[in-house]
Design a protein around this ligand. Structure first.
Ligand SMILES: CC(C)(COP(=O)(O)OP(=O)(O)OC[C@H]1O[C@@H](n2cnc3c(N)ncnc32)[C@H](O)[C@@H]1OP(=O)(O)O)[C@@H](O)C(=O)NCCC(=O)NCCS
Length: 288
């Protein structure tokens, strides 16, 4: 697909198209569609709704607004990115990356240096985009962040989320968004360094070939650790809901334990159909 046209959305007509697109991305819950008037109010008060177009058709959007975070020195301004959705027919074509890149530019112009957002840590594609391609990092795990969600993607499971930090003025992020894309990390990079995941995942005929989490994991040690998640959690959830719940509770324990020990999610590997978070201990979120 040719590069999408990226535009700021501002008018009530634009926002009606975003309402329609939300119905295609998050099917099944009309009450969760963010209405046009909320977008209009946000963009009149420092927020952005950015659209991606294929010819004149809206195929993706990202929405965020200014917010405040608590720090020991008092409240500090940031940008809170709340939603991004790409029409199912246009996924994996770089549209999400292009929208986040535009958001990065707009928020930098406002003089802010920090963007946060949440996503389900078991969604491998989102993880790859957020962590590996955009250079966001994470050490915040939020249990049941949005309560019981009703839309088709989220219904039925506790809405646990990573809250990621995107430090948009760092060299780390500059490099990831630069013209020369970084070569994706491979599992080989880690096996050569003799780094093994700290738990093993098994796929067996009893689980229909789907990966099953273990009962326990080894204590986390060392500077780097690899934590596996399913490569296609949405398909796994459709095929075996109870296995999806097992993954939710297992990964909750893994990440809460890791973050409590000072680990930060700093990278993500998607290779040979398998997906791994890279956790680092001792790396500051502002370095690299
Ligand atoms: C998550 C979402 C916004 C990503 O948008 P997108 O346009 O598909 O993203 P991009 O194409 O820029 O990047 C996706 C990357 O993930 C890779 N990918 C695809 N399947 C993957 C998988 N199972 N595991 C890891 N990476 C995967 C793609 O190959 C692509 O990387 P590449 O460009 O290096 O090839 C989109 O899929 C979406 O709308 N999902 C539903 C709603 C949602 O989850 N929104 C976000 C939370 S509000």
């Amino acid at each position: 697909m040719p590069a999408p046209v990226i535009k700021l959305l501002e008018t009530p007509e634009d926002m009606s198209s975003v309402e329609a697109l939300q119905r295609a991305v998050w099917e099944g819950s009309e009450t969760d569609v963010v209405p046009a008037h909320v977008f209009i109010t946000a963009v009149h008060n420092g927020g952005f709704v950015i659209g991606a177009f294929d010819h004149h058709q809206l195929i993706g959007f990202v929405f965020g607004f200014p917010g405040l975070e608590s720090t020991p020195d008092g409240p500090r301004p940031k940008h809170c990115s709340h939603m991004m959705g790409i029409h199912p027919k246009y996924r994996d074509s770089g549209v999400g990356f292009a929208l986040k890149r535009a958001q990065w530019q707009m928020v930098r112009h406002q003089g802010l240096d920090h963007i946060t957002w949440t996503y389900d840590p078991l969604l491998s594609r989102n993880a790859y985009l957020n962590i590996a391609k955009l250079g966001a990092v994470c050490n915040t795990y939020r249990r049941s962040e949005y309560g019981d969600m009703r839309d088709g993607l989220n219904a039925g499971l506790p809405s646990d989320r990573f809250q990621v930090d995107w430090w948009i003025n760092t060299r780390r992020v500059d490099r990831r968004l630069g013209k020369r894309a970084r070569r994706p990390l491979k599992l080989d990079n880690f096996s050569k360094a003799d780094l093994q995941p700290f738990y093993s995942v098994h796929a067996s005929p009893q689980t229909g070939g789907w990966p099953r989490p273990p009962e326990h994991f080894s204590p986390l040690e060392g500077h780097l650790a690899l934590a596996e998640i399913p490569a296609d959690f949405i398909a796994l959830k459709d095929a075996d809901f109870s296995l999806a719940r097992d993954w939710r509770f297992f990964s909750r324990e893994v990440f809460e334990t890791a973050f409590a020990k000072g680990y930060i999610v700093t990278d993500f590997v998607f290779d040979q159909g398998r997906s791994f978070y890279v956790l680092s201990n001792g790396e500051s979120t502002l370095e690299q």
